[in-house]
Ligand binder design. Sequence first.
Ligand code: 5GP
Length: 200
Amino acid sequence: MSSSGLLFVVSAPSGTGKTTVVEQLVKIVPTLELSRSYTSRAPRANEKDGVDYNFVSRQEFEDRIARGDFLEHADVFGNYYGTGKAETEARLATGRDLILVIDVQGARQVREKRHGVGVFMLPPSFQVLEHRLRNRSQDPEAAIQRRLATARSEVSAVSEYDYVVINDELDRCVAELRGIVLAERARRDRRVDVIAPIVK
Ligand code: 5GP
């Protein structure tokens, strides 16, 4: 048994509220940390470099791809997003669990390379998703339609994940996700060190 932390991979269509859920989750689950991605997209008004993302230029992102620096990377809505390989492995090696919030293309790449626990988050309905997308952004109609179309194709990837949660109500969804993390930690193969001295 390795003392490496568990890697959780969460995907959800844009507008599902995954960031809020996962930020709440890491506040209440000790030794669970949120990974910080790299992106070539420009920071939004409320975002800080090194906090929300590591913001880099397209050129720097492409240099990092060429060097093989990413565990996974994808083009999402015309911008690059990726997870640093070295920092991910270094953090897991400390024994802490890590959560990646990435799109379905990235999740597939992670699955090909290493063990992870996949969680897909769904909105309660497409009607609710559309309502949330319209409410939260001043995006033009075309951008909203594009996000909805992407969401429709992304949800078809749900069968590739180990767990599904519905974000109908924040606290309930966070609690359900917490339950998944705790259950995964309690798997027998993760507890060999704890079991051995008791069951001699
Ligand atoms: P946003 O620009 O709204 O912050 O994120 C857009 C999309 O990019 C979201 O669906 C989010 O899950 C995805 N994303 C964020 N970071 C990563 C990453 O490191 N890798 C991949 N593959 N997708 C990411």
